[in-house]
Design a protein. Structure first.
Length: 201
């Protein structure tokens, strides 16, 4: 369990998988950008938390053709200037969303990820608790208390998931899935943004 005061935003999170080493960092790594990157403004599929999502929604190959799945760019939310996909029905109606993003890992990037000089950093902006899965395996579970301003929270939390990614990512199709909740159902705003950066020499 790691607990850290993040710019006034108290964040407690657990790595679900065990590992001998993990790192919480305050800025993105420098280095060459790889095609595995997921950026702010990319399109995600998301499911509004009025009900629970279908079984195995966070697994590779799950079909998102159901009418309850929506597609939109991050940020996803309401009441925030960085919102691109608006959740006008969220306030006082549901507390969380379930989002997923498919991405492909080439052989070159797969091999690059195995080297000691390459790192994979996950960045999450979420107003409340969140959970993270990679290819259906839960990696992170947070327990957040909002005590900072909107401006302070927008830098998000960066976590090095390199060791887990080396075990879980595969050649070809992969999926990053996140459940992001608001801190209160009557909150005046909500913002979800996630990014994935692979950097190295």
């Amino acid at each position: 369990m790691s607990v850290r005061k993040w710019l006034g935003f108290v964040i407690s999170f657990s790595f679900i998988l065990s590992s001998s080493t993990f790192l919480v960092c305050s800025s993105a790594y420098s280095g060459n950008k790889a095609s595995v990157d997921i950026d702010e403004g990319d399109e995600w599929y998301y499911f509004k938390g009025i009900n629970e999502p279908p079984p195995k929604w966070n697994h590779i190959g799950f079909r998102k053709s159901d009418k309850d799945w929506h597609k939109g760019q991050t940020g996803i939310g309401y009441g925030d200037q960085r919102v691109r996909s608006h959740l006008d029905d969220m306030r006082n109606n549901y507390l969380s969303i379930y989002a997923k993003h498919d991405f492909n890992l080439s052989k070159a990037n797969y091999e690059l990820l195995q080297t000691d000089t390459t790192k994979l950093t996950l960045s999450v902006i979420c107003d409340g608790p969140f959970k993270v899965w990679l290819n259906g395996v839960e990696l992170i579970r947070s327990h957040n208390q909002r005590v900072a301003s909107v401006q302070e929270r927008q830098q998000g939390l960066d976590v090095d998931i390199t060791l887990f990614a080396r075990e879980l990512l595969q050649l070809g199709l992969n999926v990053l899935s996140i459940q992001c909740a608001n801190d209160r159902i009557d909150s005046e705003n909500f913002l979800f943004i996630a990014a994935l950066k692979m950097t190295g020499e």
